[in-house]
Write a protein that binds this ligand. Structure first.
Ligand SMILES: CC(C)(COP(=O)(O)OP(=O)(O)OC[C@H]1O[C@@H](n2cnc3c(N)ncnc32)[C@H](O)[C@@H]1OP(=O)(O)O)[C@@H](O)C(=O)NCCC(=O)NCCS
Length: 219
């Protein structure tokens, strides 16, 4: 038997939903760091920096310490980028969840609950100007509640909602390092339709892309 129930969002879920979203995003920082460190171009930059420092200072210790400082600064920059993204989302649709998702017949937000605790969430909105495409948004499951089929159940809610309203497609965006999410969407029958590098300087340097997945609703 399922250890959770899924119900529509209520105002009292506001803080829990925002915290769950932030935690779900910020947990990707270590994976992004690891991805960046594996990039040959990042390794090249670190190697050149190390050799230059060594030639200038003639000290292995100083060069290694300087490299550690560069690494720490890079991680801080990345952490800042992630926090800025979370802040941006919390100023957009997650600022007034009731208004963003519950005010229209073509949008909705659900939470998964267990023993009074919000442990999962997802939202759906009509794509701007479209009567055929819906956007799946803000899917997240608490870390200690994963692998119980909760995300699958939340995605099924979203797909059923779109089907009942006559929409043809559910689409979503995710980043290249969210491997669990890729597997989830592929298992559910979504197909990858786009893979776009983020146009910022850091995005282009790291070849960091945003993937689009689509689910075609069967009649
Ligand atoms: C992605 C996420 C929502 C999955 O939640 P979940 O409740 O653990 O997922 P489910 O238990 O419903 O798993 C469904 C399927 O997804 C895949 N999956 C889920 N977690 C996985 C993992 N860590 N590694 C590989 N596949 C995974 C599996 O195919 C699984 O099916 P199976 O159990 O039959 O093998 C969760 O890891 C999460 O909240 N991550 C942080 C936020 C995030 O990245 N959200 C996605 C936004 S696009």
């Amino acid at each position: 038997m399922a250890e959770f129930t899924i119900r529509v969002y209520k105002n009292r879920d506001y803080n829990a939903v925002r915290i769950l979203f932030a935690e779900g995003m910020l947990e990707h920082i270590p994976a992004t760091c690891a991805y960046l460190l594996k990039l040959p171009r990042a390794q090249f930059v670190l190697f050149i920096s190390f050799i230059t420092l060594l030639l200038v200072s003639r000290s292995y210790l100083l060069s290694l310490v300087s490299l550690a400082v560069v690494f720490t600064a890079g991680r801080r920059l990345l952490t800042k980028e992630y926090h800025q993204y979370v802040d941006k989302c919390e100023r957009e649709d997650l600022l007034d969840i009731e208004e963003s998702y519950m005010a229209s017949n073509n949008s909705c937000f659900w939470v998964a609950e267990s023993n009074g605790r919000v442990i999962g969430m997802v939202g759906i909105q009509s794509a701007p100007g479209s009567s055929e495409v819906m956007l799946l948004r803000r899917l997240s499951v608490a870390k200690d509640q994963r692998h119980k089929g909760m995300a699958k159940a939340l995605c099924t809610k979203v797909i059923d909602f779109a089907r009942q309203r006559g929409y043809k497609t559910v689409t979503l965006e995710t980043s290249m390092i969210q491997h669990a999410a890729h597997k989830l969407y592929e298992t559910m029958g979504f197909q990858k339709t786009d893979d776009k590098v983020i146009p910022s300087l850091l995005g282009r340097f790291a070849n960091f892309s945003i993937l689009t997945y689509e689910y075609k609703i069967k009649e």
